[in-house]
Design a protein around this ligand. Structure first.
Ligand code: NAD
Length: 488
């Protein structure tokens, strides 16, 4: 598949069939070239309703299968991901713009998420206890019903796998709403689920924008909504879904602070910090956004400049998602410069030969940023790191604590004691010690704090089991001779 090839039009996937019914159409661009590669339907609430009816109809049979039966489909599905990894990788590359190796790593992560889902029978065990002579109480985990998953643009393959495998193996049926910027990977995911033997109606895809998200939050037959995207929209979705009495977990944006101490290992720290801020063109909610340099760290900053010089846009650095994103990112850099910061590596105006219309921003380091600057506070979501200088660890931690967000924070040091202080005092859900992208791997759950996540459960790992199930508590007595007591 060439990046210039026009891919077939995107269709909704409802009750096991792909369909498109003359809804208004939206162009899909490849950010690598700026060219239209497909179109998607801007679905209407009637499309969502048909998807919900198909999910509702599939629910009784699917939820009454045993967990062990349901995971069999996901063993087959995980192998199909592996068999089709080249094609899936290419789709992510073309629609999102990340490099082929980043896209491949994304699909591999989706496979790992399926591995966790198929391990559910080993993790989810119901509890039973004789609570009174001859009387048993038991707890069973039951699905919540028809659920929805709303995804962002930055991981077209992986984010749908944060929710879909766990929600489905636990007996729910699902409506997936992909980002309208990257709808192609989910089409292939639906095809492979069908090939793996997933019954019709268990997984449905409805494409579109804001209107479909609002209709999901309002639909009376949807019981749970998961959302991943910006904080602005996470707040809207969380408020609207919960005001309609649904359970909701809504993951928002991020502004991750990496605290770098003078004793940090030079090469490892410089390469990890630069990889964190520039990987996936900085469009990861776990990307380094601010480096807080504590005391004397100039030698590390100099090494980061060397690391940036090794990065080649269009080769080892992918594109950002859109023309608007490129302009927004470059404006942040320009405004910071005007406010007194110093751009020591400048990625503005990056061009790639043969892809002059692609949306590229080179790696960028902005030094001498102060906490009051816009670039220090807002999510840039590009391959840009701001450096704020702090006199000591207390000041560095207070800079981190002042962020509205709280997805990730990390510390780079050789001192266990100082690292421990950051582990305890940073106000973020995921902490790294000498790790620039501290994504917990299954069974550990993924989820931030503060304005990076709304709702109680995390979105992956063991914590997601709480979100995708509800407890049924049953009290049983069969023996009439059981001693009479207050439970009789
Ligand atoms: P986005 O919030 O613009 O869009 C996410 C989803 O919401 C899309 O499906 C979109 O169609 C829908 N949407 C957009 N505007 C809406 C509105 N006004 N009302 C209702 N629905 C709307 O996010 P994005 O630009 O696709 O993704 C990037 C953002 O996602 C970044 O902020 C990034 O940090 C965040 N993100 C967070 C995590 C996390 O784990 N916390 C993971 C990935 C991405």
């Amino acid at each position: 598949m060439e990046t210039t090839e026009i891919l077939s039009e995107v269709k909704n996937f409802i009750n096991g069939n792909f369909e498109r019914n003359g809804q208004p159409s939206l162009d899909v661009y490849s950010p690598l070239t700026g060219k239209v590669i497909s179109t998607l339907p801007l679905s209407e609430s009637s499309d969502l309703d048909r998807a919900v009816q198909s999910a509702q109809a599939a629910l009784p049979a699917w939820s009454s299968m045993t967990l062990k039966e349901r995971v069999q489909i996901f063993f087959r599905y995980r192998s199909l991901l592996e068999q089709n990894i080249d094609e899936l990788t290419n789709l992510v590359h073309i629609e999102n713009g990340k490099t082929l190796s980043e896209a491949r790593a994304e699909v591999e992560k989706s496979m790992e998420l399926c591995e966790f889902a198929v391990s559910m029978p080993q993790i989810v065990s119901n509890e039973v206890q004789e609570v009174s002579k001859g009387v048993e109480c038991r707890i069973e985990r039951k699905p919540v019903g028809v659920v929805a998953s709303i995804a962002p643009f930055n991981f077209p393959n992986m984010v749908p796998h944060w929710t879909m495998p766990n929600a489905l193996v636990l007996g729910n049926t699902m409506i997936m709403k992909p980002s309208e910027l990257v709808p192609l990977s989910v089409v292939r995911i639906a095809e492979l689920l069908k090939e793996a033997g997933l019954p019709d109606g268990v997984f449905n895809v409805v494409n579109g924008g804001k209107e479909i998200v609002e209709a999901i939050c309002d639909h009376p037959q949807i019981s749970a909504v998961s959302f991943v995207g910006s904080t602005k929209v996470a707040k809207i979705v969380y408020k609207r879904a919960t005001s309609n009495l649904k359970r909701c977990v809504a993951l928002g944006g991020a502004k991750n602070h990496l605290l770098v101490l003078p004793d940090a290992h030079l090469e490892m720290t410089a390469s990890n910090v630069v990889a964190s801020m520039s990987g996936c063109a900085g469009q990861r909610c776990m990307a380094a956004a601010v480096m807080v340099g504590v005391d004397k760290v100039q030698h590390i900053i100099d090494q980061m400049v060397i690391e940036c010089s090794k990065i080649v846009p269009g080769d080892t650095l992918g594109s950002v998602i859109s023309k608007e994103a490129k302009e927004r990112i470059e404006n942040y850099i320009t405004e910071a410069e005007a406010a007194g910061a110093k751009v020591i590596v400048d990625g503005r105006g990056a061009k790639v030969d043969g892809k002059e219309e692609g949306y590229y921003v080179g790696p960028t380091i902005v030094d001498y940023v102060t906490p009051d600057m816009k670039i220090a506070k807002e999510e840039v979501f590009g391959p840009v790191i701001s450096i704020i200088r702090a006199k000591d660890l207390d000041e560095a931690i207070s800079i981190e604590n002042n962020s509205n967000y709280g997805n990730a924070a990390a510390v780079f040091t050789q001192s266990g004691g100082l690292a421990k202080q950051v582990m305890e005092r940073a106000s973020a859900g995921m902490i790294g010690v000498n790790v620039g992208v501290p994504v917990p791997r299954e069974p550990f759950p993924f989820g931030g704090w503060n304005e990076s996540k709304f709702g109680v459960a995390d979105i992956t790992g063991k914590s997601s089991i709480e979100f995708w199930t509800q407890n049924k508590k049953t009290t049983v007595k069969w023996n009439p001779e059981a001693r009479t007591n207050w439970m009789s």
